[in-house]
Design a protein around this ligand. Structure first.
Ligand code: EPU
Length: 445
């Protein structure tokens, strides 16, 4: 199992180019199943979750290749509608293929998903929506089996009880199937409007889907669609707002500065997609300049402690919650971080305590962080993707050597993190690179 060695304290400084969005490419891959064309997705990061998704698609008999940061998918000869249990158990987004498989094959067998251990992560609303849309849904040997669409049992107007990202993806593809089969319009209320979702809708609209959405009202309307047929449909994936936010927070936590390249469309620019983060960082004293081709994040004065509460988009992203706890450790005073989306997203805190952090978590909902204390390097373990990133940030801040194990958790979401951090001046090393100090060698033994 690979590890990362980190010699601290560090200051991150320099230029950073965000990878393509992990959570942006996954719905595009799901969408690629519904077209009778080859789909080419550009700007794709080479990370574990994407590799797993490629394997899942290949396992269905779909041709799916990763070539130079692009994925080329040809699902015209799809051979199966049953997702492999072992592959599905590696990631949550495997479940998001349910809707597109049904669109394509009129049925689907999808195992209960895996993914980060950050709470219960139920799929009850996915199943409820599928039934509301007129499908028979059974649970058999750990699989969800969707079958037998009955147009006499379609509820044409459905209200989500939470604006779930995954359920919105499935509702989109199932809604398209139902609308095409019945010639009726299906309306969903209280849907997710994360940029990765609206970008999926934009892509589908551009390619013939009869979709209308209103972000303010969280409404999605789907009418009968005629999808385009073309030899190749090309789509550029959006930048990864969470990766960009992670590096911005890491630069602040280490009192460095970073220039984040940002030249994507206005709506899908990092500036726009992370506006809540910029707002919070400005409030605590970080100097943020949003320019047309980038964002400059600079520390010009002492930072103050803060309170944040995660929420669905456009609220503060839960995927940056752990990284903000590490930032809070660097700031004098008491900060409070509330998690409102997941019921167990503070698992990583136990690892921060090994570095000497003083954090109190109550009811898995609220972390009170007593910041400004000296952190000391230690062996730690990456618990999940974002928790792992937070742990690495805290290691950068700590004095002496830290060794992060279970690095694959971080690598599920972050491309070349050691290389990128090294370029920003961090003394971080892969397992096979030599650590700097004696103390490091002691830990190694
Ligand atoms: N939920 C239910 N029932 C459902 C569906 C969801 O109770 O049927 C609950 C979940 O248990 C969770 C909350 O609703 O507590 C939010 O779940 P949601 O469906 O919105 O999230 P997701 O689709 O599982 C995606 C991202 C996550 C990100 C969340 C929230 C992908 C592949 N994953 O997860 O990303 O945290 O939306 O924005 O898009 C990550 O990248 O590290 C990550 C965890």
């Amino acid at each position: 199992m690979r590890r990362i060695f980190c010699e601290g304290p560090n200051v991150l400084r320099g230029h950073f180019t965000p990878q393509g969005s992990k959570n942006g490419v996954l719905p595009l891959l799901a969408a690629s199943i519904i077209f009778d064309s080859v789909i080419k997705i550009n700007n794709v990061p080479y990370i574990e979750d994407i590799k797993t998704m490629i394997s899942i698609l290949q396992n269905l008999g779909i041709s799916c290749k990763f070539v130079n940061n692009s994925i080329i998918v040809d699902s015209r000869d799809i051979k199966s509608f049953e997702i492999d249990w072992e592959l599905a158990s590696k990631m949550r987004a495997s479940f998001d293929l349910l809707g597109s498989l049904v669109f394509r094959c009129s049925k689907a067998v999808v195992p209960f998903p895996g993914g980060c251990l950050i709470g219960n992560r139920k799929v009850d609303m996915h199943l409820w929506i599928t039934k509301q849309l007129g499908f028979d849904v059974q649970i058999e040997s750990g699989n969800v089996v969707v079958n037998d669409f009955d147009e006499n049992h379609v509820n044409e107007e459905i209200k989500f009880w939470i604006p779930s990202v995954g359920a919105t993806k499935n509702a989109t593809f199932l809604g398209m199937f139902v609308s095409n089969s019945t010639n009726k319009t299906v309306i969903f209320h209280n849907v997710a409007i994360e940029p990765e979702i609206t970008y999926l809708w934009d892509f589908l609209i551009q390619n013939g889907a009869n979709i209308y959405y209103d972000e303010e009202k969280r409404v999605l309307k789907i009418g009968p669609s005629k999808l385009v047929h073309s030899s190749v449909i090309t789509v550029d994936n959006i930048p990864d707002r969470i990766e960009a936010g992670t590096y911005a927070i890491a630069a602040c936590a280490t009192r460095g500065n970073i220039w984040i390249e940002d030249n994507f469309d206005k709506k899908y620019s990092v500036k726009n997609m992370l506006s809540k983060l910029w707002e919070v960082l400005k409030e605590i004293g970080v100097d943020i300049s949003c320019l047309h081709d980038g964002i400059e994040v600079k520390i010009v004065k002492p930072l103050s402690s803060f309170e944040i509460s995660t929420d669905v988009y456009p609220g503060f992203p839960t995927d940056l919650q752990p990284q903000m706890v590490s930032l809070a450790l660097s700031v004098d005073g008491v900060s409070v971080v509330r998690e409102n989306l997941f019921d167990d997203r503070f698992v990583y805190v136990g690892e921060l305590l090994r570095l000497g952090a003083d954090i109190n978590v109550v009811g898995n909902k609220v972390a009170t962080v007593y910041g400004g204390k000296n952190l000391k390097g230690a062996p730690v373990r990456a618990t999940d993707i974002r928790g792992g990133a937070a742990i690495l940030i805290a290691c950068l801040m700590s004095e002496g050597q830290s060794v992060v194990s279970d690095v694959y958790q971080i690598e599920r979401g972050y491309e070349s993190i050691v290389e990128k951090m090294s370029k920003l001046g961090a003394r971080v090393f892969e397992e096979d690179q030599k650590p700097l100090t004696k103390s490091g060698q002691e830990i190694l033994r």
